[in-house]
Design a protein around this ligand. Structure first.
Ligand SMILES: Cc1cc2nc3c(=O)[nH]c(=O)nc-3n(C[C@H](O)[C@H](O)[C@H](O)COP(=O)(O)OP(=O)(O)OC[C@H]3O[C@@H](n4cnc5c(N)ncnc54)[C@H](O)[C@@H]3O)c2cc1C
Length: 510
């Protein structure tokens, strides 16, 4: 084997997946067709769940440094600090249930650089200028065939994961179906100078689409055109034609420095795994970028898959099926709301009327929270099969960072850091408990040992603390992806059988 897992694509999802595999003890090899990282301006940032996934790996401060600039850029381009649904900018962070759980605004190329450095620190390897052209799967593994500068290269691994974007070669080679809906509109974003003798209409809706312009930049959401070849570069002529259609007046492009095009087609694979081939990120799901959810979705795929696939490499494939079961519904929800946003952006007086009504509804605090929760994904709750009906409501959700207070007596020197996420940087599961939880000795016998000598059988860091967060919980078990596998409410009986089931299911899988 050349690696345990070949990860195809050094986009943000492939880079994070490779890092998560390395953290969980599997050797990952990334192959990327581009010789140099792309500078294409795509996502402006990540939502709260992806931001937290990166904070759990110690990348929080690095990302935060980019946030003020990203925030100013977005406010300038959107004309608002608020989040939007179908470009109705009314989602107010202060009105949300958990306003402190926010995303981070960082341009995608900067994020990719941070992730590449993170992977490098963990010892992960990436081969650039290697384009995957064929896959050969057999009972023991997969051979990945790449076109490389020195000729064809054949790489052998136990698994291959396609993180190779919306036009995924891996998805096509492995025969994954990709059903969904075609595009209603084509969007273009360009760094360009334009001349418009009649004067450009104001930014916003027009009778044929939506128009954006700022000094040196233009964009359209164009609902009135035949499909273009998505692989062809955006030309001056094409941009001009779209600007004329959407602005409803003559527009000349006098300088084009760079442009991107995307559509709102929405497609999703029925299963994220076929044998030894898996998909993550845009390779598994595509949809319009409205609401800025695609990158977060893909990064959470990576966080969900890394440790499960590492266990499979280690001969314990029992968790792999939970990957599709947990992540596909999250993607379905995003496809659903982006389709609704496209419908709300269609031109015409009927949509204008509908938008007015939605905009008024968004002023109601409950409705504002409804839209906020839909787009930030904080309502995501995986149905963990081993958790009974009486499981704590936090089980299956992604745990925010919580302040941990050191215990007052005994064990203080090996007690908690200031934050729960400080315990998650090296991967593995984390069990944090107070004495009040009254956990049985079997659950805590490994306390204080695993951080120094984690092993693959039960990579659980057990830490005794004085208090967790605001004191609502007496114990919490986090999976390596930050999902609450088990929790006990302070003052309630702790349910050690539930803890035992969670430990056996997620921390010592077969
Ligand atoms: C214009 C635009 C704006 C967007 N805005 C937002 C936003 O605001 N918020 C948001 O969350 N998302 C946004 N998105 C979506 C976001 O960019 C994607 O969800 C994200 O890039 C997905 O990451 P990925 O790693 O899955 O795929 P990609 O970033 O596409 O990376 C795939 C990688 O695989 C490589 N590759 C492809 N084929 C092969 C092959 N055969 N062999 C080897 N390597 C290969 C590619 O070169 C690439 O580096 C936007 C997208 C676009 C196009």
């Amino acid at each position: 084997m050349d690696a345990d897992v070949v990860v195809v694509g050094a986009g943000p999802v492939g880079l994070l997946l490779a890092a998560e595999l390395e953290l969980a003890g599997a050797q990952a090899l990334v192959v990327e067709r581009l010789a140099e990282p792309s500078r294409e301006p795509r996502a402006r940032g990540v939502g709260p769940l992806a931001a937290e996934a990166l904070q759990r790996r110690g990348l929080g401060a690095r990302l935060d440094a980019f946030h003020p600039r990203g925030r100013a850029d977005r406010a300038r381009d959107h004309g608002s600090e608020k989040g939007h649904f179908g470009w109705i900018h009314k989602i107010d962070q202060e009105m949300q249930d958990e306003p402190h759980r926010t995303g981070v605004l960082i341009a995608q190329p900067d994020l990719e650089r941070v992730l590449a450095e993170h992977l490098d620190r963990l010892g992960g390897k990436a081969l650039r200028a290697h384009q995957v052209t064929a896959l050969e799967e057999d009972g023991d593994g997969v051979t990945v065939v790449c076109g490389a500068p020195g000729g064809e290269l054949r790489l052998r691994a136990a698994y291959v994961v396609g993180c190779d974007g919306g036009r995924s070669t891996v998805r096509k080679l492995a025969g994954f179906p990709f059903p969904g809906t075609g595009p209603l509109m084509t969007a273009r974003r360009a760094d360009a100078d334009v001349l418009c003798p009649a004067g450009l209409p104001p930014v916003g809706r027009t009778p044929t689409g939506t128009l954006f312009h700022a000094p040196g930049a233009v964009g359209t959401f164009d609902f009135e055109e035949a499909e273009v070849d998505p692989r062809s570069p955006v030309t001056t002529r094409e941009l001009e034609a779209s600007l004329c259609r959407v602005a409803g007046t003559e527009v000349t492009v006098t300088a084009l420095r760079g442009a991107t095009r995307f559509t709102d087609q929405a497609r999703l694979v029925p299963s994220y795994r076929l044998g030894r081939v898996l998909l993550a990120g845009d390779a598994a799901h595509v949809h319009s970028p409205n609401g800025g959810q695609g990158l977060t979705l893909g990064l959470l795929d990576a966080a969900n898959l890394g440790w499960k696939l590492a266990a499979a490499v280690d001969g314990r494939p029992g968790l792999l099926d939970s990957y599709t079961a947990e992540r596909r519904p999250a993607a379905e929800a995003v496809l659903h709301n982006t389709r609704a946003q496209s419908a709300l952006m269609r031109p015409g007086p009927h949509t204008d009327a509908l938008r007015d009504i939605v905009a008024e509804l968004m002023d109601l605090p409950d409705v504002n929270r409804y839209f906020g929760r839909m787009l930030n994904g904080l309502g995501t709750r995986y149905p963990l099969p081993e958790a009974g009906p009486d499981a704590h409501p936090a089980v299956g959700t992604h745990c925010p960072d919580l302040v941990l207070t050191a215990p007052r007596t005994g064990g203080a020197d090996r007690a908690a850091g200031a934050s729960l996420y400080a315990l998650t940087e090296r991967g593995g599961s984390v069990l944090v408990h107070t004495d009040g939880a009254g956990l049985p000795p079997t659950a805590v016998e490994r306390e204080g040992t695993d951080r120094e000598s984690p092993d693959r059988e039960s990579a659980v860091t057990v830490v005794r603390v004085g208090a967790i967060g605001g004191g609502e919980l007496s114990a919490v078990l986090l999976r390596p992806d930050g999902v609450v596998a088990w929790a006990a409410a302070a003052g309630a009986p702790a349910d050690p059988a539930g803890l035992d089931r969670a430990l056996r299911t997620w921390c010592a899988p077969v």
